[in-house]
Design a protein around this ligand. Structure first.
Ligand code: HEM
Length: 137
């Protein structure tokens, strides 16, 4: 499932629209995630606001890095290794991906078109597959 140049542009442009409301977006993300899967809550041990900022910062690095996948892959592998230590399982990527889509939809409103949604689905799948390819239980 290779992603297209247009999908990269759609993801980067739509992420730029959510960035100014990053803090709210992070709040929506975590409340949605814990609604979808309450079992994940105990995995998050540090301050959720700080965690939200880190998540948005990393999503920025990941989405900006889509133009140069060779450089992005080792960054995602290191991120994956840390996530194994947090107790994250491969299956947990599904509720996380769904919470992300819900957050983007809420933040972008009508700008979250079917095409933008599909671009995020494909990009999240690429990131998740790259991370999961790295020793997840
Ligand atoms: C697109 C995929 C993901 C990205 C970009 C991402 C990003 C991050 C970042 C930047 C951190 C901060 C610490 C660090 O850099 O190691 C973090 C921590 C964490 N992430 Fe993720 N993550 C992703 C997927 C997931 C998934 C699928 C889960 C499953 C529940 C998850 C659960 C956690 C947990 C439990 C922590 C540690 C929280 C704590 O110490 O309180 N992440 N993540």
């Amino acid at each position: 499932m290779p992603i297209t140049k247009r999908q990269i542009t759609l993801v980067q442009d739509s992420f730029a629209k959510v960035e100014p409301i990053a803090e709210q977006a992070a709040d929506i993300f975590y409340s949605t995630l814990f609604k979808y899967d309450p079992n994940l809550k105990p995995l998050f041990k540090s301050d959720i606001k700080a965690q939200g900022r880190k998540l948005m910062a990393t999503l920025k690095v990941a989405t900006s890095g889509l133009n140069d996948l060779d450089a992005l892959v080792p960054v995602l592998h290191q991120l994956a290794e840390r996530h194994v230590n947090y107790g994250v399982k491969a299956a947990d990527f599904t509720p996380v991906g769904n919470a992300l889509l819900h957050t983007l939809h809420t933040g972008l409103g009508d700008a979250f078109t079917d095409e933008v949604r599909q671009a995020w689905v494909d990009v999240f799948r690429l990131i998740a597959t790259t991370m999961k390819g790295h020793s997840f239980p």
